[in-house]
Design a protein. Structure first.
Length: 651
């Protein structure tokens, strides 16, 4: 079962009353139709998240079906959260494979309800701002528990199922206790007035006390009175939260490279970075980046609980203020250019490994001096990297567009297209592709604009936003009319026809879809694009079968199947074989259909493509029914259902 809570911190004080209330609420919950919700609120730095984890660790035995965690701030864009993406993260934690994820918010809600129905599990929702962000994430089980953290009360959560726990800053005795646990230092007793001043400076915030503890450990020879003077000196902005006094002082101890990296991290794409990405952001080489990260960790200005480089929200805001006071626009823009180009290069490399040769327009980014490339050994590894780094990649699209790096903005969306086909994140993808359309318009690159409009249309029609999708395709077709007659431009024009056909197919107009696929096929044959011709023959065969001309469909699909085998395209060989088998099945050629289904089943299992495996098993079950083999049909249907349940597909 998933367990997504980190190990316990070494030192924790107070909060006995809040924990006792939480434990009483858990013990007294009567398992109604909705889960118990514990809502922890308080100022930043009061330890809400750690208290949430502490409560969960204590009660986990009551919830044997797992503990899930989602940080809404990692999904927040311009102050708003796309809850569909949060549901997607939770569903993947519940072993829902990416290819089984619903494309719409409603579909993901249904999957989540089905996956959590009757489950005794915990969901931790960190950094919520509104109750409306939390409600869709409630599991469909009264035996579950939801723990929410927020800066303020969530008034729009339903009462009756919510136990509110408001965290105040630590009082002085508990703050003193925490500092003593963090620092076993005789100066705390030898200089009681300075120690009291230091505790007062931290304002009862555990986050500030941890930073102060690191400061004391680092400067073992200085009197506490001097440390207190240093920590309170040179305040640039009156009225800042007290905790910033500690962070300001820590920042002033940094060397040039560490200070620069800290300032740049305030606007870094995504919630966290790998060390290699941080190296690219700094732009001073590996050694300088390693030293800078070490300095930031020692100064207490980084979250060190994982291998990734992360600034918690309060520190990110502080880093932004340091950038405003001590940096300049030129250094920020240069850092943003470096990180955008580094991510673009890695994404292009991942795309090449995952998708192979395909239609792309952007020039490849050369290696960046002083940085390392991510190794991609397999297509699965490349796709995994794209998924792991998706937040940073989507943020890079927005950053590039804001900086006027329009070619980089739309170029990033080419590898994001490959990622989208296997890992649907409709809201983020729609936003990124729409930004790419604007970027391509500003560059006046007609080819890029056509491609980006086509890419934008697909997530729109998959969300049933057909009017918007038709608008994009109309614009793409209009622009395609101005393309020349080179093989590359004709190939792009043929792609537009294919996308147009796919839009018709999504709306159930298979006759018009067939017309577009046939037009695209002619172009690919004329320019000698063997793969494109095979693909359009396959799509045309599917469309012709849907309009009822099964004999012609079988001929087309047989041709596509033979071409896929000759090209050595394993996935397309399986897909064309399955489509041909379906046409032959409908024609009553059952033995031939069974052979093709069996081959497609073997191919799906060899590639661990369980979505395809379930589809083929269902087809085999229908074929067995039609030929009077009910026991065989039951066996195939049961196996298909088991795959759906295992992968979170709607039953």
């Amino acid at each position: 079962m998933p367990y997504q809570v980190p190990p316990e911190t070494a030192h924790f004080v107070d909060r006995e009353e809040e924990q006792a209330r939480a434990f009483r609420a858990v013990a007294g919950w009567d398992g109604q139709s909705r889960p118990l919700c514990l809502a922890l609120s308080g100022l930043g730095g009061t330890g809400k998240t750690e208290l949430a984890f502490r409560i969960v660790r204590a009660v986990r035995d009551r919830y044997p079906d797992g503990v899930l965690y989602v940080d809404l701030d990692e999904l927040r864009r311009d102050g708003a959260v796309e809850v569909s993406d949060a549901l997607g993260d939770l569903l993947r934690s519940l072993d829902v494979s990416p290819e089984w994820l619903g494309h719409t918010f409603k579909a993901r809600c249904r999957q989540y309800w089905e996956r959590t129905d009757g489950k005794r599990l915990v969901v931790v929702v960190d950094n919520a701002r509104y109750g409306s962000e939390v409600v869709p994430l409630l599991p469909a089980s009264g035996a579950g528990l939801v723990v929410v953290t927020s800066h303020g009360p969530l008034y729009d959560l339903e009462s009756g199922a919510v136990t509110e726990l408001e965290l105040a800053p630590l009082d002085d005795p508990h703050a003193r206790e925490l500092l003593r646990r963090l620092v076993d230092d005789p100066r705390l007793d030898a200089e009681p007035e300075a120690a009291a001043g230091l505790i007062g400076l931290c304002s009862g915030l555990p986050a500030a006390l941890h930073v102060a503890g690191r400061w004391i450990r680092r400067h073992r020879r200085r009197p506490l009175a001097r440390l207190l003077t240093d920590l309170t000196a040179e305040l640039n902005d009156k009225g800042l939260p007290m905790v910033e006094r500690v962070w300001d002082a820590a920042y002033r101890t940094l060397g040039p490279h560490a200070a620069l990296l800290y300032r740049l991290l305030s606007a870094a794409p995504g919630a966290s970075l790998t060390p290699d990405a941080a190296t690219a952001l700094l732009g001073r080489g590996h050694d300088a980046a390693d030293d800078a990260l070490e300095e930031l960790e020692n100064a207490g200005l980084l979250d060190t609980r994982s291998a990734r480089v992360r600034l918690p929200d309060l520190l990110r805001a502080h880093a932004a203020r340091c950038a405003a006071r001590h940096g300049d626009e030129a250094e920020a823009a240069e850092g943003a250019r470096r990180i955008v180009r580094w991510y673009l290069r890695q994404a292009q490399r991942a795309d090449a490994v995952a998708a192979g040769t395909r239609l792309t327009l952007a020039p490849p980014v050369p290696p960046l001096p002083g940085t390392s490339d991510v190794p991609f050994a397999t297509p699965a590894g490349a796709l995994g990297w794209l998924e792991d780094e998706r937040h940073a990649l989507f943020a890079c699209v927005r950053t590039a567009h804001a900086l006027g790096l329009d070619t980089e903005a739309w170029s990033l969306c080419e590898p994001l297209w490959t990622h989208y086909l296997d890992h649907p994140h409709p809201a983020d993808v729609t936003d990124a592709f729409r930004t790419a359309v604007h970027a391509a318009q500003r560059t006046e690159d007609t080819r890029a604009l056509i491609r980006m409009r086509c890419q934008l249309a697909r997530p729109l029609w998959e969300q049933a936003r057909f009017d918007e999708a038709r608008h994009e395709m109309t614009q793409a077709r209009t622009a395609a009319a101005s393309l020349g007659h080179s093989p590359g431009e004709r190939k792009l024009a043929a792609s537009v026809r294919e996308f147009t056909g796919s839009l018709h197919a999504a709306q159930g107009d298979w006759a018009r879809a067939a017309t577009e696929f046939e037009a695209s096929l002619r172009v690919h044959r004329e320019i000698g694009n063997t793969y494109g011709a095979m693909l359009q023959t396959y799509r045309l065969g599917q469309a012709v079968a849907e309009v009822g001309d099964l004999q012609r469909a079988a001929e087309l699909l047989e041709s596509a199947h033979a071409q896929a085998r000759e090209l050595g395209r394993a996935r397309m060989t399986a897909r064309t074989g399955f489509a041909l088998g379906t046409a032959l099945h409908r024609l009553g050629r059952h033995d031939a259909a069974r052979d093709l289904y069996e081959a497609a089943l073997t191919g799906a299992r060899d590639r661990a493509a369980e979505h395809e495996e379930a589809r083929v098993l269902t087809a085999l079950a229908t074929l067995a029914d039609d030929t009077g083999h009910q026991e065989e049909a039951h066996r195939h249907r049961t196996a298909a259902q088991a795959i759906r349940e295992r992968n979170g597909g709607l039953t």
